[in-house]
Write a protein that binds this ligand. Structure first.
Ligand SMILES: [Ca+2]
Ligand SMILES: [Ca+2]
Length: 233
């Protein structure tokens, strides 16, 4: 091979490699759902999954825009299969910002005029929860995240799980009074991530319209929700 064609071929390989976007995933690798972001479902929002200290980004991308008819097809957080497989029992932060809320009236029908979301939602949970692929990042996970984020550096994983369960018991009715979203007989973090605004408002101990809807509106407008959080707990 001539020198010039060797050079060309090397440059081409480099370009192809760069074209893959780096990282461990190949362009052909299938993406799988790890959670759904919703106030109403947040279509086309930016998402980022990081370690609990925020220092390492595990995955980032855009939530699914969805089918324009099925609200459950929008707001899905999808990551490459190998990235999902590499998640551990450690705690991770999922952050979702922007996008369009395609069902802001929570009636499970795609809104004629989806509203812009400017703020962010968060979820702190273990990698094994994300691997199950069927849970939600919602207004409850955001409220709990905001109320415990100052403890991430000081508390153990066990203490944080306990704290999340305590907050869940403040937000949801007791298990024997219809608050048990996932039906396992107790109220804890699992109920927060199973909770859907379209079907589970009756399970709240707090009042959705007076306590939570104003927070949803503030997030849509990217305003500071800390005063609301202080009043809730
Ligand atoms: Ca709707
Ligand atoms: Ca439960």
């Amino acid at each position: 091979m001539k020198k010039s064609s060797i050079l060309f071929s090397t440059t081409l390989s480099l370009l192809l490699f760069v074209g893959c976007g780096g990282g461990s995933s190949t362009p052909t690798q299938k993406k799988v759902t790890v959670a759904q972001a919703l106030l109403g479902p947040l279509s086309g929002a930016k998402f980022k999954i990081t370690t609990l200290d925020g220092k390492r980004v595990i995955a980032e991308g855009i939530t699914t825009e969805g089918s324009k008819t099925d609200v459950n097809s929008a707001g899905l957080i999808q990551i490459p299969q190998d990235v999902k497989d590499a998640l551990t029992k450690d705690l991770y932060i999922v952050e979702v910002t922007g996008g369009k809320d395609i069902d802001s009236d929570d009636d499970n029908v795609w809104d004629a005029n989806p509203i812009d979301n400017r703020g962010s939602l968060h979820l702190v949970t273990s990698g094994t929860v994300l691997q199950k692929g069927s849970y939600k990042i919602n207004i409850l996970t955001e409220i709990v995240f905001e109320s415990i984020k100052d403890r991430f550096e000081t508390d153990t994983k066990m203490q944080l799980h306990k704290l999340i369960a305590q907050k869940a018991n403040t937000l949801l009715k007791s298990a024997d009074n219809d608050g048990d979203v996932n039906g396992d007989g107790k109220i804890d973090g699992w109920d927060l991530i199973a909770w859907s605004p379209a079907k589970d408002k009756s399970k709240l101990k707090v009042d959705y319209n007076s306590d939570l809807k104003p927070i949803v509106d503030f997030i849509h407008d990217k305003q500071d929700i800390s005063n609301f959080i202080d009043n809730l707990f």
